[in-house]
Design a protein around this ligand. Sequence first.
Ligand SMILES: NC(=O)c1ccc[n+]([C@@H]2O[C@H](COP(=O)([O-])OP(=O)(O)OC[C@H]3O[C@@H](n4cnc5c(N)ncnc54)[C@H](O)[C@@H]3O)[C@@H](O)[C@H]2O)c1
Length: 440
Amino acid sequence: MRMTVIGTGYLGATHAACMAELGHEVLGVDVDESKIKSLQAGQVPFFEPGLPEVLERNIAAGRLDFTTDYAQAAQFANVHFLGVGTPQRHGSFAADLTYVRAVIEDLVPKLTGSHIIFGKSTVPVGTARDLQELANSLAGPDTHVEIAWNPEFLREGYAVQDTITPDRIVLGVREEASRAEEVAREVYAQALEASTPLLVTDLQTAELVKVSANAFLATKISFINAVAEICEIAGGDVVALADAIGLDERIGRKFLGAGLGFGGGCLPKDIRAFMARAGELGADQALSFLREVDAINMRRRDRMVDVAKRALGGSVLGRRVTVLGCAFKPNSDDVRDSPALSVAGSLSLAGAAVTVYDPEGMDNARRVFPTLAYATSASKALQDTELVILATEWQEFRDLDPAAAGELVAARHIIDGRNVLDVAAWQAAGWTVEALGRNL
Ligand SMILES: NC(=O)c1ccc[n+]([C@@H]2O[C@H](COP(=O)([O-])OP(=O)(O)OC[C@H]3O[C@@H](n4cnc5c(N)ncnc54)[C@H](O)[C@@H]3O)[C@@H](O)[C@H]2O)c1
């Protein structure tokens, strides 16, 4: 099949390359010229394991190309995926739908014939219906445009695998005269043959599935972090507690990792947009608990700064602190709303001399926080530091040798912000270990 993918960020570039990998002919479209130039040259402008190989292979095979030209996109295919950003609107909790609407406004007047646009961006419920109205108002007399919603569940760090072999495909279709399911079955034929569940719903349900999934995951993380707050005061151990409750298969251990909490370009803005939309629908009470989920999450960052201050005798002014990690999670270079970078930034603003090291996130972090010092390796970051904070659980940091690390630092004091270190091994190597939600 021929298709375009509009918006070639984390979601779109991955979707475009993976659709080509499945044998489709794909044109990726973005308004960011530098991003398109880089993708055309076979370079992924962000870190995503496995994606560079898929991109290169499919460009070489002639199945994948990129453009900034909407006229070319309109000519290229009758199937379009929409994957532009839906960030938090400035000064509000709501999602900013400017980019999503701009795609329809730029694309639809250029279309002729019959087209389907599959929305993949995460949007407030009701958006697809509004976009259908917008498309109807812009389409020429002989042009038919159907908007369907096909939310994306990929996880950064596993995006290629999640796109090629998803655990489910959700498709929201309009009530009247929809061709979306038939077309989607062709697009995703390979996954469907492998018995991937396809759930066809109305548009509203498909939109809600995505935000509900993220709200649930955020709630699960904040639940364990709320319990961590109690453990800190009452003298419990949140890791042992999570292991114990996680063995109940109704609960499950996944997403019960207590620590610095969630961040990134999705969960925080998605739960806020969900709350905002509930308010617009007159149902704000239904999701008011998400305010608490958000608040618990943000408190973890403050708590980490407090623990760091206490570790250094009450003030970090002029003290040397190393923060390991600045990406919002491992296997990603994404620093959007990163808890790690937030902690590094807060400590720096409180007067600490902060050195950051992250295997992939430093170029992005430097743009957000140019005033932090960025080391070129973990060893260099540890050199002569008075306090170490493990803020993103990269494997490289889990694998650090406490004895060797101890030779580098000025003081053997580490705060495990992700509860991933072998505490006994670090203590045996002479380290003072602190962790969120534990009394060690
Ligand atoms: N990143 C993820 O893991 C992930 C997972 C699931 C869903 N999503 C959702 O997917 C959407 C995109 O997220 P992302 O992380 O890829 O964002 P991103 O910021 O990495 O990418 C968005 C891209 O859209 C481009 N763009 C903006 N306006 C455009 C226009 N008018 N025409 C063409 N391109 C335009 C931008 O230049 C940018 O390259 C969001 O709604 C997000 O919530 C993201």
